[in-house]
Design a protein around this ligand. Sequence first.
Ligand SMILES: C[S@@+](CC[C@H](N)C(=O)[O-])C[C@H]1O[C@@H](n2cnc3c(N)ncnc32)[C@H](O)[C@@H]1O
Length: 244
Amino acid sequence: MLALYFHAHYGLDVEDLPFWKSLAEKQGGPLLELGCGTGRVLIPLAEAGYAAWGIDKDPEMLDFLQGNLSPNVLPAPHLLEADFSDFNLDRQFPLVIVPCNTWSTLDADTRRRALGCITRHLNSGGLLAVSVPNPQVLLDLPPNAKPEVEDEFEHPLSGDPVQVSSAWKRSKDRLTVTWHYDHLLPDGDVQRTSVEVTHELVAAERYLEEVRSAGLAIEATYGEFDGSPYTAETENFIFVAKKL
Ligand SMILES: C[S@@+](CC[C@H](N)C(=O)[O-])C[C@H]1O[C@@H](n2cnc3c(N)ncnc32)[C@H](O)[C@@H]1O
C-alpha cells in the first residue's frame, strides 16, 4: 500500500524531472538511479530513451515500478534489489543520480559506504547528482509540529480522496517526519496508513566535504531545480560532483 501511496503522492511532484533529464542529455546513458523507488524519475528517463539502471532495497517499490513499466519502453530498465551502500554492477556509468531526499535519510557511515560504491561505478568524467531538502531549513525548524493536511489525491484504485498530513519531531541531529495517508471511505470511515521518515541533520558544507573525501570534485550546487543558487531559504540543496 505504501508504494501505491508514495507514487500517487510524489507523482504530484514533477518539478525536478527536467533537471534529471537535462543531466541525462548532457552525459548520455546509461544512467544509474540509487533509491529508484516506484520509478517517478526512472520511468520518464527510460521513456525518453535513456538506458536506465535502478537500485532499491524495498521489493514492494520495485514491484510497483516493474508493474508500471510499459513493455514498449526500450531498452528495458535494469532493476536491482540491493542496498546502494553495498553493490557491485561490474560496470561504470556517466551519470549516477539520487533524487527526492533519499540522501538525507542516510547516516554518515551509510553515506561514506555509498560514496565508495558510487565512485567505483562512475566512469572518468562521470557525474553524481544528489538532491536533499535544504539542510538549513531543516535545522531551523521548531522542535515539533502537529499533523496538518498538506495534500490530497485520488486513491489510484478506489477514486476516493486520500488526505496527506505530516507531523515532525526534531532533535539536535535528526528530524523524524510522520506521514499519514487518510483514505476517506464512502461510508465515512477513515483508513489511515502511516510511515515515518528520518532525515539526518547535516550541514550543506559537510555533504560537500564527504563527497570531496570520496575523491569527487564538486561541479555545481543549486537551491532549486531551475538552477537557482543555494541559499538558507531555498527549498532544496542539490549538488553535482564529477569523477576526474
Ligand atoms: C524518497 S524515495 C525516492 C524514490 C525515487 N528516487 C523518487 O524520486 O521518487 C527513497 C527510496 O530510496 C530507497 N532507499 C533508501 N535507502 C536505501 C538504501 N540504502 N539502499 C537502497 N535503497 C534505499 C527506499 O526504499 C525508497 O524507495
